[in-house]
Design a protein around this ligand. Structure first.
Ligand code: BYC
Length: 474
């Protein structure tokens, strides 16, 4: 299908040929813009931002860079190219042709999955709406806005599916995606992490590293779906997701680098001395990491899940890179979970592999998270410091799954609730830590300048220099 960039809603889904759908989406468009103005980035909507926009899905068109005012960003609907003769890749229908329409018996489940995915996209924009004011540089400000507009496009992607394939229910769900709000007491976002405030840039980098990475794994699982329009939508979303994780990965690396620079200058690694010098000390970075990693682990759902088993059996949602697995049916296989034994220890339990899909995907996610830690720890190693960043155990501070509300230390050893309460300030950000981090967050809007708590990036965006005017104030 040709890309049409001239339509009011840019698309490669032939929207012009389907007047009813086009009108329905054109009706939703002003509601989206209202939401953007009310709950999107505050105050920077009149500035020109050096953004990439997808104008088609081929290698040339998916990343076109230019100055754009955010409300003028062309939020389009783009699906990856259709794969000829694509077959169901897993579960009970393995090998059968994929579905171009929603099968009646899976309608409500697919709608729920699409709504849950769609709900996270505007949620993240809401969580980050005030961050622009404290951006550590124009480069970072531009990256924040890039992430925000693309999350807006990902919302469009899910809303398109709801409108195109789910009739009146879908249109109602699309409205509700703009009615729930992150952290709202009455109408919160669906998944827990998306109701956590992101009011400082260290949290933003942690979120884009850990939570966007959950996004990567969930999108990859949905890209395996037998419902082909969902699969193609998610495949294209994944191309944009990579930059979001890059922002987190390099952001955390730069905060650590800057701490190391000051540790060297002062010949001292005492957190108090570092805070006096205006940088973020390593123990505080570790606490933020513990917080966001554990929160993001919850997003994979329960470790033993009958929902996950039926998604897999029915071919609705698979495992990332399903092709790499030997058995695509998993009818007989099992998985051994480590569970709390209720007596302060750990016991093992064998469960059907299909019920363990969330855990299998979570394990793959943890391995992917470790790559960033290896990079950040290399900075410490090269500078000759013995400290290392570590991922806490997947049992630590969980609120979903078998380890939910079981007190453990970061190594995953079950401990008493009293010990957890007494020691949690060593492991998780305290109000004092948060207040300190907030105190160094002051906007730096001069070309090429960086806030004192973060090192400059290694290179600019799209081969531009670091001191490029990434955001124009006029
Ligand atoms: N918070 O059988 P269970 C992204 C619910 S991020 C609150 O254990 P299941 C992005 C669950 O919904 C990716 N509730 O889990 C990143 C279920 O409720 P119902 C977002 C939770 O169903 C950054 C019940 O507990 N995409 O894209 O196997 C920026 C029992 O569930 C939580 C998706 O998540 C939680 N943490 O799996 C922007 C993909 N966890 O249905 C964007 C779509 C579980 O019984 N969603 N629950 O009422 C899914 O595939 C699944 O819903 C989940 C849960 C993986 C989330």
């Amino acid at each position: 299908m040709e890309s049409n960039y001239q339509d009011r809603i840019p698309n490669n889904v032939g929207l012009g040929a389907n007047r009813t759908l086009q009108r329905a989406l054109e009706h939703w468009q002003p509601e989206f813009l209202n939401w953007w103005h009310g709950l999107g980035p505050s105050d920077f909507n009149a500035n020109s931002v050096y953004l990439r926009t997808a104008i088609s899905v081929d290698t040339k068109g998916w990343a076109t860079f230019d100055y754009v005012k955010m409300p003028d960003y062309r939020w389009g609907i783009f699906l990856a190219q259709e794969e000829k003769d694509r077959r169901v890749g897993f579960g009970d229908n393995f090998g059968q042709p994929v579905w171009r329409q929603v099968p009646g018996e899976h309608r409500s489940t697919l709608r729920r999955l699409i709504v849950t995915q769609g709900d996270t996209e505007p949620a993240s924009v809401e969580q980050q709406r005030l961050l622009g004011h404290t951006a550590p540089s124009l480069y970072d400000l531009r990256n924040l806005f890039q992430v925000n507009v693309e999350e807006g496009r990902h919302l469009w992607a899910m809303v398109y599916l709801l409108h195109a394939y789910f009739g009146r229910d879908g249109r109602e769900e699309a409205e509700e995606l703009l009615e729930r709000h992150s952290g709202d007491a009455d109408k919160p976002r669906i998944l827990s992490t998306f109701n956590e405030p992101i009011s400082d840039w260290l949290s933003f980098y942690m979120f884009t590293y850990f939570t966007d990475r959950d996004g990567k794994f969930q999108l990859k699982s949905l890209a395996e779906s037998s419902f082909d329009p969902l699969s193609r939508t998610c495949k294209f979303m994944l191309t944009e997701e990579a930059h979001h994780m890059f922002v987190g990965d390099t952001g955390i690396g730069r905060v650590i680098k800057r701490a190391i620079e000051v540790m060297k200058e002062l010949a001292n690694d005492d957190p108090i001395a570092l805070r006096k010098a205006g940088v973020i000390d390593l123990p505080t970075i570790q606490k933020y990491l513990n917080f966001w990693f554990s929160s993001s682990l919850d997003l994979f759902g329960g470790d033993s899940s009958s929902n996950a088993a039926s998604y897999f059996a029915n071919g609705l949602k698979g495992r990332p890179d399903e092709i790499k697995y030997e058995d695509h049916v998993e009818a007989e296989s099992s998985f051994t979970l480590e569970l709390p034994d209720g007596k302060g220890g750990v016991r093992e339990e064998k469960i059907p592999m299909r019920n363990a899909v969330n855990e299998v995907v979570r394990e793959a996610y943890v391995r992917d998270c470790e790559k960033g830690l290896a990079r950040w720890n290399r900075h410490l190693e090269e500078a000759g410091y013995p400290q290392r960043m570590t991922l806490p155990s997947t049992r630590f501070r969980r609120t979903v799954g078998s380890w939910a509300n079981i007190a453990t230390n970061p190594e995953g050893k079950p401990i008493s609730q009293e010990e957890f309460n007494a020691r949690q300030d060593e492991w998780l950000p305290t109000s004092h830590d948060r207040a300190y981090v907030h105190s160094v967050m002051k906007g730096v809007f001069e070309r090429g300048k960086m806030a004192g708590w973060i090192a400059p990036p290694e290179r600019g965006i799209n081969t531009q220099p670091i001191n490029f005017e990434y955001v124009k104030f006029h």
